[in-house]
Design a protein around this ligand. Structure first.
Ligand SMILES: [Zn+2]
Ligand SMILES: [Zn+2]
Length: 186
């Protein structure tokens, strides 16, 4: 069983959590739960670069590794931060995760819908959030970037790439993650 715990600075509606659970269940049986009582505000903001106005994602990831200290491969934690993140050398990142690790971070700032029209902006925001959570969790399941641009594991340079891809893993990625999991034998 994959156990996904989410610590989020924003409310995440149940259908989003269910979609994440269902999508990961194609790889292995999955349980997704929100951890309500953890407040990471101080830790997260201590990695904010006040000149850039963004959070150093790499440093935060390292710090969170010590905060949670998870050992089991099947236990993953997703931190959803209502802010903007970067890694040195890149203007911004949508998220960051440890390859084959336990911790995934998603930043919401670049997922926010800044144009209006015929679209339902709330739905679009949560679709993007779902994709980014699945993407970063994929990295924790040892998946690297996928050349299939429709696959949620494809690399997104911009929000247009995020909107183009689907909120699911392609067949190849599902098979890869399954073989990793069977190799880890949990
Ligand atoms: Zn990635
Ligand atoms: Zn793929």
């Amino acid at each position: 069983m994959l156990k996904i715990n989410i610590v989020s600075e924003i409310d995440i509606p149940d259908p989003v959590l269910e979609h994440i659970e269902d999508t990961l269940s194609e790889i292995a049986p999955t349980e997704v739960e929100i951890l309500e009582d953890i407040d990471l505000t101080d830790v997260v903001r201590s990695f904010k670069d006040n000149v850039r106005g963004q959070i150093n994602a790499e440093k935060l990831l390292n710090a969170l590794r010590n905060v949670f200290n998870i050992r089991e491969f099947n236990n993953k934690i997703v931190i959803v931060i209502d802010d903007d993140g970067y890694v040195p050398g890149l203007n911004f990142v949508f998220g960051i995760a440890e390859l084959c690790g336990n911790i995934a971070i998603v930043f919401t700032e670049r997922l926010k819908v800044t144009y209006i029209g015929e679209i339902d902006i709330t739905t679009l925001f949560y679709e993007r959030l779902t994709k980014e959570i699945l993407h970063e969790l994929g990295h924790t399941l040892c998946l690297e970037h996928c050349p299939n641009r429709k696959c949620v594991m494809s690399f997104s340079n911009s929000i247009l790439d995020v909107d183009y891809k689907e909120a699911r893993y392609c067949r190849t990625c599902i098979e890869k993650a399954r073989s990793v999991i069977s190799w880890k034998k949990f």
